[in-house]
Design a protein around this ligand. Structure first.
Ligand code: FEO
Length: 393
């Protein structure tokens, strides 16, 4: 396994996880990568690790360029174990190396691993570390994705190493986004943002404005997952998409997520879909018995309208709907319009719990719509009217 040079004397030394199909509840049909970078300068610097079970791949790639005894710095941008899992093994091979991280990173490393004997260089936003011909600058970005997250910038190479930021769960032969269909990389980046960074829009906006204040000149963004954005056009594309997502901008689009037991809630979902279609508004319908909740979230990212349909089971929310609502609550999208609907046999009111979640998220919500057993045509017309009113809300 060899390193791949991405800029003069800067190498990709990560690992490709072709088999990954799930990342803490997020569906990853295209696998993922854990990207690590090796900077060969007067002070040899390794940036980020990989998952523990892929350590040998990272180690082999590093060894194809340099002996571990020559590594001076190990930058830990983020301690979640997909990036720090191999760090203990790296520190065994390079005990002389100094770990460069921020104060929260040091605390997190010590909470995860036996760090006895590790030496640290603690940085904060704006700090600069000279490694020879290059200067590394640091930008702490708490909650993008954990309290310890930070980005490393190499001014001389106009290179940003943002760890989780701008990543995608995508594994393929290519290393650079320009060598892969653009629409597929953007789709993967959107899905990644929706399922990993959605709750942290404010922090993403802050990071983008801090980067602007620091006047970072960037012509390559090399994240720790997926493909590398290279060239001004691609860099501007992903920065602009992040600006849109972080601000919670929506388009005229509806997402209907529902489940069904005997077809009643499905009939309501179809009625709602027809109303959006008639109004000329794009609409996506997800049966939660078929669609994965992470794909639903990707569609919700830029949707103005979100409708959730629930068939009551044993006087409770239907389990797959409950799982989706819990996931939604955690990812906490803002600025949506919400309508909860559903069916019941003998206990009405369960969909109010869904409306409550929407209200708690600060959404503009319509009154819930619930039908006992199977909705007949007059009920479907009442619901259609409710949806028409909702569209105009
Ligand atoms: Fe890719 Fe927050 O770890």
């Amino acid at each position: 396994m060899k390193a791949v040079e991405i800029k003069k004397d800067i190498f990709w030394v990560g690992a490709k996880d072709w088999n990954l199909r799930e990342f803490h509840g997020y569906n990853t049909p295209d696998g993922s990568t854990y990207n690590s970078y090796l900077i060969m300068d007067d002070k040899v610097t390794l940036v980020d690790g990989v998952k523990a079970y892929m350590s040998s791949e990272q180690i082999a790639r590093v060894k194809s360029v340099v002996d571990f005894a020559k590594i001076d710095y190990v930058v830990v941008n983020h301690v979640e174990q997909d990036h720090s899992g191999s760090v203990p093994e790296i520190m065994k091979l390079a005990p002389q190396a100094i770990v460069v991280t921020n104060a929260a990173g040091k605390m997190a490393l010590e909470a995860h691993f036996d760090t006895t004997g590790w030496q640290y260089h603690i940085v904060k936003t704006g700090d600069v570390l000279n490694i020879g011909k290059r200067n590394l600058s640091f930008l702490t970005t708490p909650m993008l994705h954990w309290p310890d997250s930070m980005m490393t910038y190499v001014a001389e190479d106009k290179l940003l190493l943002p760890n989780d930021g701008f990543g995608q769960h995508l594994c393929c032969e290519a290393l650079l986004a320009k060598d892969y269909p653009n629409d597929l990389v953007v789709k993967a980046a959107k899905s990644y943002y929706a399922n990993i960074l959605f709750p942290y829009g404010m922090q993403a906006e802050k990071a983008l404005s801090s980067a602007a204040e620091m006047k970072l000149d960037i012509d390559m963004i090399a994240p720790s997952h997926g493909l590398i954005w290279s060239g001004k056009d691609e860099v501007n594309q992903i920065l602009s998409l992040y600006d849109t997502w972080a601000k919670g901008k929506t388009v005229k689009k509806a997402v209907i997520a529902y489940d069904t037991m005997w077809g009643a809630t499905a009939k309501l979902a179809e009625t709602a879909m027809a109303e959006f279609q008639d109004a000329g508004i794009a609409v996506v319908k997800h049966n939660l018995g078929v669609s994965h909740i992470s794909d639903v979230m990707t569609d919700i990212l830029d949707a103005e309208y979100v409708l959730i349909g629930n068939p009551t089971l044993n006087n409770q929310m239907f389990p797959r709907v409950a799982a989706f609502v819990t996931y939604l609550k955690g990812l906490a999208p803002k600025g949506k319009k919400g309508l909860a609907f559903g069916s019941y046999g003998w206990r009405a009111g369960v969909v109010k719990e869904i409306k409550q979640v929407m209200d708690d998220l600060g959404w503009q919500t319509a009154e819930v719509f619930e039908e006992k057993y199977t909705p007949k045509s007059d009920i479907l017309e009442q619901f259609a009217q409710r949806v028409r009113d909702f569209i105009k809300m």
